[in-house]
Ligand binder design. Structure first.
Ligand code: TMP
Length: 218
C-alpha cells in the first residue's frame, strides 16, 4: 500500500505551489507519486468542480454545495485515489475531506454529523496518513488569491474568494481546530513565510514520515 498526504489551508495560503514542490522533491528521491486535487482530479469530478467554483452560481444552497463536494469526492476516490494507493504510490492531494469540515461546517454552519456521514460514504474508509496545513491569515491569503485570479487567463473559479473575510476566518479556525484535535496526523507550516522557507520546512517534516519501502528500486 502507498501513502496518502493531503494539503489544506485557506484561499491563497500557497498550498498548491507547495504540494507541487514536494511532489518534485519526492520524484527526485526515487518515489512514485500521484499528484491530484479536490474538487476534481478526474473527468467527472472536474465537471462538478466547474459548477462548484463558478461565481455565477452564487445562489447555490449550502446543502447542494455539500452534496456536490461529496459526489466529486466519491468519484475521485473510486477512480484515482484507491487505485493509486493500491499501486504503492505516494498520493498527494490538494484538499480533501478536512476541507469539507472547515468550509461547509465551520464556514457554512452545516452540522458536523451530516458532513462526517457523507465523508464516510464518499471516502470508502480512506483517511490521509498525513495532512500538511499551510496556515496563514485569510486577509493575506485572499489578497494573493485575488491577484492570481486577475492574472489568470482560465475560467474565473472565484465563488469562494468572493465570500466575506468573516467566512474565511471561520474556515481557518476550523482547520486549526482539526489540527489541534488530530495533532498526530497534522503538520502545520507558516504560509506567510517565503516559498523556499515553507518548502524546506515541509520537506524536513514530511520526508522522515514516508515509509522507506515505497522508494523505487532503481
Ligand atoms: P482550491 O481553490 O484549493 O482549488 O479549492 C477549491 C475551493 O473549494 C476552495 O475555495 C475550497 C473549496 N472546498 C470546499 O468548500 N469544500 C471541499 O470539500 C473542498 C475539497 C474544497
Amino acid at each position: 500500500m502507498g501513502y496518502f498526504i493531503t494539503f489544506e489551508g485557506v484561499e491563497g495560503c500557497g498550498k498548491t505551489t507547495q504540494i507541487k514542490m514536494l511532489s518534485d522533491n519526492l520524484l527526485k528521491l526515487g518515489y512514485s507519486t500521484k499528484l491530484t486535487r479536490e474538487p476534481g482530479g478526474c473527468k467527472i469530478s472536474d465537471k462538478i468542480r466547474s459548477i462548484l467554483l463558478d461565481a455565477e452560481n452564487s445562489g447555490m444552497s449550502p446543502l447542494t454545495e455539500l452534496m456536490l463536494y461529496a459526489a466529486a469526492r466519491a468519484q475521485h476516490i473510486e477512480e484515482v485515489i484507491v487505485p493509486s494507493i493500491e499501486s504503492n504510490k505516494i498520493v498527494l492531494c490538494d484538499r480533501f475531506s478536512d476541507a469539507t469540515v472547515a468550509y461547509q461546517s465551520y464556514g457554512r454552519g452545516i452540522d458536523i454529523s451530516i458532513i462526517s456521514t457523507l465523508n464516510s460514504y464518499a471516502c470508502q474508509g480512506i483517511t490521509p496518513d498525513l495532512t500538511v496545513l499551510v496556515d496563514c491569515e485569510p486577509s493575506l491569503g485572499l489578497m494573493r488569491a485575488r491577484k492570481r485570479i486577475e492574472e489568470s487567463a482560465g475560467p474565473r473559479e472565484e465563488r469562494f474568494e468572493l465570500e466575506t473575510l468573516a467566512f474565511h476566518n471561520r474556515v481557518r479556525k476550523g482547520y486549526l481546530q482539526l489540527a489541534s484535535e488530530q495533532s498526530d496526523r497534522f503538520l502545520i507550516v507558516d504560509g506567510s513565510d517565503t516559498i523556499e522557507a515553507i518548502s524546506a520546512a515541509i520537506a524536513t517534516k514530511v520526508l522522515p514520515r514516508i515509509p522507506e519501502k515505497l522508494r523505487a528500486v532503481c
